[in-house]
Structures are given as structure tokens and as C-alpha cells.
Design a protein around this ligand. Structure first.
Ligand code: V47
Length: 369
């Protein structure tokens, strides 16, 4: 059936499309229908419409470097093959010089996340930020997830606000969106029991927003979570974004992270491309107050990430360099890509490549790429 320009095979999508066209908010039932649909072409058209309404044909990317200074971690999250305990073969920690050697002036952003090291104290994490900022003042620093911020506050016996202010004074520009996993007590008990839950995660992000620090939000999917839990996760983020005041920085990007099964024992294989595209499209349609949904090519793989650009994604993350979280869990994506590769992926998808910085300021537009 043809409705307002889209040919639908799944009639359940028609009332959702009507809401989207009327600018009405989608509810939990709509989210479930989007995740359950077999009608991928119609879903893609709907999500692409929502993405174009916000961002036109522009798809952003950043020339960045991901740095993971240590994988030693006091936590034992079931989904994480990256984390190590002292004495493990794959345990490592980088000196400050080794961290600095990964930064260069041609980068717009460094993205830094790691483990909760049993011996490192906050000044060491702070020094990583301040030294990068001192030696490379033009490179913006997106560092430490809410899990790390909470850990610093507890180690220092101080508030989240105090930690964020000290990091900002040292040169921090933005916070990454990791550590959210799935905002479900059931999933938390089974897979990340000793890590902060949603209340503290939101407290960190709310505080950052109030201080003018832009943040992202992730969802880890493709393991034991249900579709209802994925949708509920999105709705909690949408509510939190609504609660931000006009002077608050807010969430810039939502990033669905596809579980890399590796040796986690949580899934026998990675979510299918169909599953990836449904999750990206559903989040674009549900999160009407998020500027961007990111197709994180490191975990999706380059091919699925490229298709996701026609399913609502308007950001590809970046050139990355040597990423370890996904690759320790046997991700098959390459170790870093060039700016030219990202420009080609975006223009091949019929979109306009826009190079951005960590704060989503435009660096360069490839109108004729
Ligand atoms: O919170 C851990 C996830 C996250 C696995 O803000 C895994 O731009 C898949 O924060 N398979 C950290 N995921 C990564 C992160 C991030 C990534 C990309 C962009 C941004 C951003 C932030 O990595 C953790 C956890 O959810 N993770 N193990 C795994 N086996």
C-alpha cells in the first residue's frame, strides 16, 4: 500500500509514518513495531526522512584518534573482552609519553576511554588530559565515560561536578557516551552488576550538560536485552534530553553499539545487518530531540555502517586509529581508516560529507565529492 510517498508491505508502519509526517512523538509501541518490522525498505525511507529533516543530506565525520591508556579494570563486565586483571597476558598500561605519542596536530579530536585501573589515581587521569591539551592545544579532548567520572569522584571523595570542572580546566571538551549499556536492572544484574547503573549514569551526564559540556549516549545491543528494553533505553534518553534547559549543552549523538561477541559467551554471533539497520532506524525515529545518530563503523563493520547512512545515521564517528575495545573482542573492522575512505563512504551513500570537530563545528564540506 502506498502512503505519502512510501510503498508499505508492513501495514503496522503506516500509522507511525503518519505520526512522523505530522511531527508527532512516537511511543513505546511504535518503537517495538519499528524493531519488529520485516519491511526494511519502508523503514529506511522513514528514518532517512527524519534524518534529512534534521541534517539535510549532510553526514558528519571527524579526524580523530582513539586512545585506550589501560585495560586494567576493577570491574568484570561480562560483555567486555578488553578489560584485564593484573597478570593477565593481555593486560597493559601506557605511560604518559606513550599516550602523547599517539596525538598529533592534524587531529580534530582525541577520544580517550579505558579501564578503572586498580592503582591509578585521579591525578594520573587528569594529567593525561592536561598534557595533551598543553602540547596540542588545537586538538579537542573527548574523554572518560560516566563510569570513569563516577570512579574519579569516589576515589577523590568529591562530587561529580568538582571532577568535571577540574577536567574541563585541564582541557576536556566533551564526554563520550559509553557505560550506559542497557538501562535495565535485569540486564545490569546479569552482565554488569558492579558497574554504575542508570541513575548515576544520568547524574554524570546531567551535571556535564549543566556545566556546558556536550556528551553522547550509547546502547549496547545484540546480547540478552529484549526489544522492549532497547526502546525503553531510548525513551529514557529522550526524556533526559527534554529535561535539559536552554543553556545546557545536552546530548549530541546517540550511538548504538553492536556487541562484538568475541569470547564473552553472551551471543553466538554478532547481530545481523538487518538487526543493525532496524536499531539505527528505530533510534533515529524515536530520538527526535537528538541531533545525530552515529553509525559506529568499528563495531558495525564498514559495509553495514555505509548502509546505515540511508537508515537515519548522520554521523560516522572518525578515522579512529588503533581502537582496542572492539578489537580485543575480535571485531573484523580495520584498525583505523583514512579521511578519504570516510568521504567516499558518505558520498557513495548519496550524502554530503562534512568533516566536523568534537563539538560538531564544521571543519570542511565536500559538496562535490
Ligand atoms: O561502554 C565493551 C562497549 C563502550 C564491548 O561517545 C563493547 O562517540 C561491543 O564509549 N562489544 C565504550 N561493545 C565505547 C564508547 C564509545 C564508542 C564509540 C563512540 C563513542 C562516542 C563512545 O564499549 C562500553 C561498552 O558498552 N563495549 N565491550 C563488546 N564486546
Amino acid at each position: 500500500m502506498l502512503a505519502e510517498g512510501i510503498r508499505f508491505r508492513d501495514r503496522a508502519l503506516i500509522p507511525i509514518w503518519e505520526k512522523v509526517l505530522a511531527g508527532k512523538r512516537l511511543g513505546a509501541e511504535d518503537g517495538l513495531a519499528l524493531l519488529e518490522t520485516f519491511d526494511l525498505p519502508a523503514l529506511g525511507r522513514m528514518a532517512d526522512h527524519a534524518a534529512r529533516r534534521r541534517n539535510g543530506d549532510r553526514v558528519q565525520f571527524v579526524v580523530n584518534r582513539q586512545i585506550n591508556p589501560t585495560n586494567l579494570c576493577v570491574l568484570s563486565c561480562v560483555f567486555c573482552d578488553f578489560a584485564a586483571k593484573p597478570g593477565d597476558d593481555h593486560a597493559y598500561e601506557q605511560s604518559l609519553d606513550e599516550v602523547l605519542a599517539q596525538v598529533s596536530d592534524d587531529l580534530s579530536e582525541v577520544h580517550i576511554v579505558g579501564g578503572l585501573h586498580p592503582k591509578w589515581r585521579f591525578p594520573r587521569y587528569l594529567e593525561i588530559v592536561s598534557e595533551i591539551h598543553r602540547q596540542f592545544p588545537r586538538v579537542q579532548i573527548k574523554a572518560w565515560t560516566a563510569v570513569e567520572i563516577d570512579w574519579f569522584a569516589r576515589m577523590e571523595r568529591t562530587s561529580i561536578e568538582d571532577i568535571l570542572i577540574r577536567l574541563r580546566e585541564a582541557g576536556l571538551s566533551a564526554l563520550p557516551g559509553g557505560g550506559a549499556e542497557v538501562f535495565s536492572d535485569r540486564v545490569r544484574k546479569a552482565t554488569f552488576r558492579t558497574k554504575i547503573g542508570r541513575e548515576r549514569w544520568f547524574e554524570v551526564h546531567r551535571t556535564a550538560h549543566r556545566l556546558g559540556i556536550l556528551t553522547n549516549a550509547t546502547l549496547l545491543y545484540g546480547h540478552i536485552e529484549t526489544y522492549a528494553e532497547r526502546v525503553d533505553h531510548m525513551l529514557q534518553l529522550r526524556d533526559a534530553q527534554d529535561d535539559n534547559g536552554p543553556d545546557d549543552a545536552g546530548f549530541a549523538s546517540f550511538i548504538p553499539l553492536a556487541l562484538q561477541p568475541g569470547n564473552t559467551g553472551l551471543a553466538s554471533r554478532q547481530a545481523s545487518v538487518v538487526e543493525d539497520l532496524r536499531t539505527v532506524a528505530c533510534s533515529r525515529l524515536m530520538l527526535d530531540n537528538f541531533p545525530h545518530v552515529k553509525a559506529y563503523w568499528v563495531m558495525l563493520g564498514e559495509d553495514s555502517a555505509a548502509i546505515a547512512l540511508n537508515f537515519g545515521a548522520s554521523d560516522l564517528d572518525g578515522t579512529i586509529g588503533e581502537e582496542r575495545i572492539a578489537h580485543y573482542a575480535q571485531a573484523k573492522s580495520p584498525v583505523g581508516v583514512t579521511r578519504e575512505t570516510l568521504v567516499r563512504m558518505i558520498s557513495d551513500a548519496g550524502k554530503i560529507p562534512v568533516e566536523r570537530d568534537a563539538l560538531y563545528n564544521t571543519v570542511q564540506v565536500w559538496e562535490a565529492a
